[in-house]
Ligand binder design. Structure first.
Ligand SMILES: *Cc1c(COP(=O)(O)O)cnc(C)c1O
Length: 401
């Protein structure tokens, strides 16, 4: 552990600023990337398959399709799920805008399910009520995107039961949650969903610079995802209309994209996968340490559902503002001023100006709006040393009084 998580290196290079999240790149990672740069393939070569295999094995899922970002992955997952113009996609308002935008890319309509005040994931009770209403009005969703906020899985068994009853597809946005577990199974197993998407942006649990992956157990979805990743092209004669013209021949069967990951990125991903468990253990250790160090402060600390093991992408505190003599904004700005890179996950998506055009307004999703007025993400990443964590706690303590 000590060798993998040096306590002084980051502090030296980053001076005094402590970001909310940061990649953790080892010499082995660097060597893996250099090896690809010296090889014959820098894109669409063997590293992509090795990375897909590594993630699929880890998650105990049949198929994996590496893509250029989780946003790209969500887009082609929606298309593969058959989401069409004017159909409905529902997701959580407490997410990065990409979980909703993927619906708009398909010209679908987006709506939200308010959050559970304990987990900050979409509330299964609210989902049930909304489905009952939607069925009466004849506007059931085609796709639901549960987002595993901060690395804690949604209640997938209940959500899957509702999908059976109401006939919607499930795409898990697990951008925060690689390395997490639900009912002891790895997030990404797709036991309770059609597809799962991970992000490998540098602030996430493991990184490929930019990158994402779509997982599924269904052969049909896999074939579709592979095609959509590369322009809708197939080189498989069995799938072609008519006969192949020869070994050069390919056919475009639908409108796809260039959403490929490079081998340079995939090599970094393979190398990072080897440390995934260590990263998550370290994050979990630091999260538990925060629980201990912050328990006497006027804060709501993250609550964990007993069915879940979080990957601890984020550590979100909520201010008990009736016990504090400052505003949320004052405390946030004060911490930033002290060099603590606090952040706010997330601005409720329905309050974004772009989403207001669809008729959403303040008051539509009261739980997430209340959450937004109190939440602060404090630094959490595998390279965070305990000294820096103590500093975060000391400054936070000071700011709260
Ligand atoms: C980061 C993130 C995304 C987008 O990931 P990219 O790889 O940057 O496209 C989508 N959803 C959530 C919840 C995220 O945190």
């Amino acid at each position: 552990m000590a060798k993998r998580f040096p306590t002084t290196r980051y502090a030296e290079v980053m001076s005094d600023y402590i970001p909310y999240g940061r990649q953790d790149i080892s010499q082995e990672d660097i060597d893996a990337v250099i090896a690809v740069l010296r090889s014959d393939w820098i894109t669409q070569g063997p590293a992509i398959e090795r990375f897909e295999q590594a993630v699929a094995n880890y998650c105990q899922v049949k198929y994996a399709v590496a893509v250029s970002s989780a946003t790209a992955g969500l887009h082609i997952a929606c298309l593969a799920a058959g989401l069409r113009e004017d159909e409905l996609l529902w997701t959580s308002p407490n997410t990065f805008i990409a979980s909703a935008n993927c619906g708009l890319y398909c010209n679908a309509k987006v709506d939200f399910v308010d959050i559970d005040p304990n987990t900050y994931n979409l509330s299964v009770d609210q989902l049930k009520n909304k489905l009952v209403r939607a069925e009466k009005q004849g506007c059931l969703p085609k796709v639901l995107i549960p987002v595993h906020f901060a690395g804690q899985s949604c209640e997938m068994e209940q959500i899957a039961a509702l999908s059976q009853q109401y006939g919607f597809k499930i795409i898990e946005d697990a951008s925060h949650a690689i390395g997490g577990r639900y009912q002891r199974q790895p997030v990404g197993s797709c036991q309770f969903s059609d597809m799962t998407v991970f992000s490998f942006h540098p602030v996430k649990i493991i990184t490929t610079g930019e990158g994402g992956i779509v997982l599924t157990n269904e052969d049909k979805l896999y074939q579709k995802l592979i095609r959509l990743r590369t322009h809708g092209i197939t080189r498989n004669p069995d799938l072609m209309q008519g006969k192949s013209h020869g070994s050069w021949y390919y056919q475009q069967l639908e409108l796809g994209f260039n959403y490929r990951m490079t081998d340079i990125q995939a090599a970094l991903g393979v190398s990072q996968m080897q440390r995934l468990n260590e990263f998550v253990e370290r994050r979990c250790f630091l999260a538990n340490r925060y629980h201990q160090l912050l328990q006497d402060l006027p804060l709501i600390l993250p609550w964990q559902h007993p069915d879940t093991n979080s990957s601890w992408h984020l550590y979100v505190i909520r201010l008990k503002l009736d016990k504090i003599n400052k505003t949320h904004r004052q405390i946030f700005e004060e911490l930033r001023g002290l060099g603590i890179g606090v952040n706010l996950h997330y601005i409720p998506v329905h309050l974004q100006p772009y989403y207001q055009r669809f008729g959403f307004k303040l008051g539509d999703f009261p739980e997430v709006e209340k959450y937004y007025e109190q939440a602060i993400s404090i630094p959490l990443y595998s390279g965070l040393d305990e000294e820096s964590q103590d500093k975060v706690v000391a400054f936070l303590r000071e700011a709260l009084i």
